[in-house]
Design a protein around this ligand. Structure first.
Ligand code: GAP
Length: 436
């Protein structure tokens, strides 16, 4: 399969089967904005749930949070985003197209029409809006470009309510907005996206060790969820690439069809954020060191990933086309915990009322534990293919023999193996396979 092909095939599957649609399509679409459909929202929620389970539920040192998208504008002044969060843009004087200066091979010439480009000019990436109904009195506020700041400004609230000891962290999933100069590659780079961020507060002396630990911890998460090892790599940032707040940063990159690109960044933000917010707000965010008997600002290690980018990587990595007899089978080998639908129940003959009744009863019973669907709208071979294509790990078929032996056929998506399982054992059977 050609690699460009792979991207096109995934995008086409997403639209055809209801994972992802272009936003506002009936009005011609809004460029680079996407809506998640019935299957896409399940996949995306499963990615977020897996992350939350790993970093909040399976640890005892990280608390969850959900801060507002709109924040006091002083936050962005203090964080340095108003001053430093920009890209350089170059405009073509002839065709008027706009480019990110750092992406240009020749900063003078338009890569599209060969026209003269303007000098690179700073372009702040934050979206501005106004809070309040009276124009003159309204306050300019920003749609957050990262969820991180919502956690920093709640640092004292967490100390007061949870009384944690270092090291401890905060975790948050939420929307972020950036007026990107060159969005593109489907859901890879958009202007509205979701982040999954951890702010992990540590003693400055421990910062380097914790930074290294988090790089490994986050790398493992993608592999545990099925991404192939050879499609992932770590890449340390050069000093000239670092964000204004970072002392060090390592990206976890995925080998997308359009090249190696960042999935997640793990940064050592030092004491930059807590120190700045303390100074600006006059609220002391220092902790007391029992050994040195001095106050200090904790350092922050920040693993920051994109939900949409992970969704894209999981889709691409799971996409397979296989020859089965004379047919091509498309199968999404998603990790079962990410699959939108876990089980499809299919009666072998839809004109046999007893089979339909049993199949529907099994569906309703399994639905209480796993997202299960019933389908009888085609012949069994076609129904299997439909479920393979959307990554459903198991199909349950009710046939005539089921009336006798009270067993059903369970078919495995990846191996296509079939085995008979007692109807009364189904829930336990799937519990072992799906609750991983
Ligand atoms: N708080 C740190 C921070 O925001 P970042 O590297 O700018 O760091 C973190 O963003 C992650 O957010 C990226 O690794 C990426 O997965 C995701 N992300 C950033 N910009 C994005 C965009 N325009 N579209 C989709 N995802 C984006």
């Amino acid at each position: 399969m050609m690699i460009n092909d792979l991207m096109e095939k995934v995008i086409s599957l997403c639209k055809r089967r209801g994972f992802i649609f272009q936003s506002s399509e009936i009005y011609g679409g809004l460029a680079n904005t996407w809506d998640y459909g019935p299957l896409g929202v399940e996949l995306k929620n499963n990615v977020k749930r897996s992350w939350w389970r790993k970093v909040v539920y399976e640890r005892d040192d990280i608390f969850g949070m959900d801060a507002a998208i709109l924040m006091h504008p002083k936050v962005w002044e203090t964080s340095g985003h108003l001053k430093n969060f920009f890209d350089l843009k170059s405009d073509c004087r002839s065709c008027k197209r706009r480019f990110k200066t750092q992406d240009l091979k020749d900063p003078q010439r338009c890569p599209d029409c060969g026209g003269q480009l303007t000098e690179g000019r700073p372009f702040n990436l934050m979206f501005e809006t106004r809070l309040g109904v009276i124009e003159e009195e309204s306050l300019v506020v920003y749609l957050r470009p990262e969820t991180a700041q919502g956690m920093f400004v709640n640092f004292l609230n967490i100390l007061d309510t949870k009384h944690p000891k270092l090291p401890f962290g905060l975790a948050q999933i939420g929307k972020a907005f950036r007026n990107e100069i060159t969005p593109g590659n489907f859901i890879f780079r958009t202007r509205e996206f979701e982040q999954m961020e951890i702010e992990y507060f540590v003693h400055p002396k421990e910062a380097e060790d914790r930074y290294q630990e988090w790089i490994e911890e986050r790398f493992k998460w993608y592999i545990e969820l099925g991404i192939k090892r050879e499609n992932l790599r770590r890449r340390a940032h050069g000093k000239d690439e670092l964000a204004h707040y970072a002392f060090a940063c390592t990206d976890i990159e995925y080998n997308f069809p359009f090249g190696w690109q960042e999935l997640e960044g793990i940064a050592n933000r030092t004491d930059f954020d807590l120190r700045k917010h303390s100074e600006m707000s006059n609220k002391d965010m220092r902790l007391f060191d029992e050994i040195s008997k001095e106050k200090f600002y904790p350092y922050i290690i920040e693993p920051s990933g994109g939900v949409d980018r992970s969704v894209l990587a999981f889709l691409i990595d799971a996409y397979y086309e296989e020859k089965v007899k004379d047919d091509i089978r498309v199968v999404l080998r998603l990790h079962p915990s990410l699959s939108p639908i876990k089980i499809a129940v299919l009666p072998l003959l839809k004109n046999r009322a007893e089979l339909v009744e049993i199949a529907k009863k099994i569906t309703w019973d399994l639905k209480k534990k796993f997202f299960t669907v019933y389908d009888d709208t085609a012949a069994i071979g076609k129904l299997y293919r439909r479920q393979d294509e959307i990554g459903t790990p198991f199909c349950v078929t009710v046939d005539v023999q089921s009336l006798e032996d009270k067993k059903v056929t369970v078919r495995d998506r990846d191996t296509m193996e079939q085995r008979r399982v007692g109807m009364d054992k189904l829930k336990d059977y799937f519990f072992d396979l799906l609750c991983v």
